[in-house]
Ligand binder design. Structure first.
Ligand code: AMP
Length: 213
């Protein structure tokens, strides 16, 4: 399968698993969150629109997000397949995506709230590449520095405790309905797989790849 969605709450390991699964499948990983963060860094108009929603732990409005991602999927590097990380996050996004491209598989990572909170609090990112680390579960080789470039790692603004609670609430209200939407299946709908995300990184990767094989 070459056109895939990775679904799951913030902190379930989507970013970490997206790069592993995409590399194994020979496809590109596309993260809507990374696209927004890049746009903020470069001062692009869409970044200015998105920033206040992101900082508050809210979703960026559908119209902005759908345009950003569907235009990205038209780029030549997506022709061989892609894995979407963090999109769709609402039913209108899922419907718009389904109209734009034929998605083949949805990989859903399930995770308990306690796991999510500890993972987000310990998460560190390399802003330039989007590479993700965890101070305990997936530390960089040198503390606080990216393995590839040696540049400093950062904590995301929205990984602070007060914003984490808001993001979990937003997930429960707006994104969790996508589970039953995809689980219902039907003609033209992708196959839906569920994987237990409460285990270590290698076990979750193995399950995701097994689902696809
Ligand atoms: P992420 O890196 O996937 O956790 O996304 C970080 C933030 O970017 C989210 O909390 C939202 O504010 C915004 N964002 C990313 N993807 C979407 C999406 N599909 N729909 C709406 N907002 C999004």
């Amino acid at each position: 399968m070459k056109r895939l969605i990775l679904l799951g709450p913030p902190g379930c390991g989507k970013g970490t698993q997206a790069s592993k699964v995409a590399a194994a499948q020979g496809i590109i990983a596309i993260s809507s969150g990374n696209m927004f963060r890049d746009a903020i860094r470069t001062g692009a108009a869409v970044g200015l629109e998105a920033q206040r929603y992101m900082e508050a732990g809210n979703l960026v409005p559908d119209a902005i997000t759908i345009r950003l991602v569907t235009e990205r999927l038209e780029q030549p590097d997506c022709a061989g397949g892609f894995l979407l990380d963090g999109f769709p996050r609402t039913l209108p996004q899922a419907q718009a995506l389904g109209e734009a491209v034929a998605i083949e598989g949805v990989l859903e990572i399930k995770c308990r709230d306690e796991t999510i909170i500890s993972r987000l609090a310990g998460r560190r990112v390399h802003p330039g590449s989007g590479r993700v680390y965890h101070v305990k579960h997936n530390p960089p080789r040198r503390e606080g520095l990216d393995d590839i470039t040696g540049e400093p790692l950062e904590q995301r603004d929205d990984d602070l405790p007060e914003t984490i609670a808001k993001r979990l609430q937003v997930y429960a209200e707006q994104t969790s309905p996508l589970t039953s939407y995809y689980a219902a299946g039907g003609p033209g709908m992708p196959t839906h797989y569920e994987v237990d995300g409460d285990r270590d990184i290698a076990q979750v990767s193995a399950d995701l790849l097994a689902a696809l094989s």
